[in-house]
Design a binder for this molecule. Structure first.
Ligand SMILES: [Mn+2]
Length: 245
């Protein structure tokens, strides 16, 4: 029995990223049981995903219906951002290693695979900028890479996150979406956080900036997604998504 599982959250827009992430992970790391989560039953039927995943769970979206994330947002996708809370469910493993589908694994990630004394592992969000409405916390984490210990898995955590999302969903920028809620939750519930080095979640908003790639383990495509149709030149960083096999 493996002590950790890999958890991914996907839908019909992100499935190309999910599959590429899993392929790249397996290229550099020991094989781990994969848990795939989606609100969309058809996506969970994807033959490649079905072959890879040892557990597939359809997200019960009714329990999120009363959480309205962005008052002014036009983005439907963002309304689903809170489904990431489901990565905190208990799937029967000591640690859930959650990875965003817009991440590409370039090198081994031993700190995610080994054991850790901390309840939660995450890297800091290097792009974080506080606003008038949201000052953030001393350690503002990025929610794209998480290692979640059994002690904080289960319905109680998911309910704590939903409560914050209902009462204090945030409005814009870093104070919106799942990441803002997660940071508030870490702070409010004094979660024991271990900070991962930046190469475990190298956040790229500017794809022309190729710094940090030589020791990067997990590359996070925070701007346009490399599998989306695109006109014009692709950057070297976007090319990596296709060629680093
Ligand atoms: Mn992401």
């Amino acid at each position: 029995m493996s002590r950790s599982c890999l958890v991914v959250l996907t839908d019909n827009l992100y499935i190309p990223g999910t599959l590429r992430l899993l392929e790249s992970w397996q290229q550099h790391n020991p094989v781990l049981p994969i848990v795939a989560l989606s609100r969309d039953a058809r996506v969970l039927e994807d033959s490649y995903l079905a072959r890879l995943a040892s557990q597939r769970h359809r997200i019960e979206t009714n329990s999120y219906a009363d959480i309205s994330p962005y008052k002014k947002s036009r983005s439907k996708r963002h309304a689903e951002t809170f489904y990431k809370f489901e990565a905190f469910a208990d799937f029967g493993f000591e640690r859930n290693i959650y990875l965003d589908s817009d991440i590409l694994c370039l090198r081994p990630a031993p700190l995610l695979i080994g054991s850790s004394p901390h309840a939660l592992l995450a890297a800091l969000d290097t792009g974080f900028k506080s606003t008038r409405g949201y000052k953030g916390h001393p350690n503002e984490i990025n929610s794209g890479v998480l290692s979640i210990h059994k002690s904080i898995q289960g319905p109680q955590t998911i309910e704590q996150l939903k409560i914050i999302a209902r009462d204090n969903p945030g409005r814009s920028g870093y104070n919106s979406g799942d990441q803002g809620i997660l940071n508030k939750w870490i702070h409010r519930h004094k979660i024991d956080l271990g900070v991962l080095p930046p190469e475990y979640n190298l956040i790229k908003k500017d794809y022309a900036d190729t710094s940090g790639l030589t020791d990067c383990r997990l590359l996070h495509y925070c701007d346009r997604k490399p599998w989306f149709p695109q006109t014009g030149e692709r950057s070297k960083i976007e090319d990596l998504w296709n060629t680093s096999r």
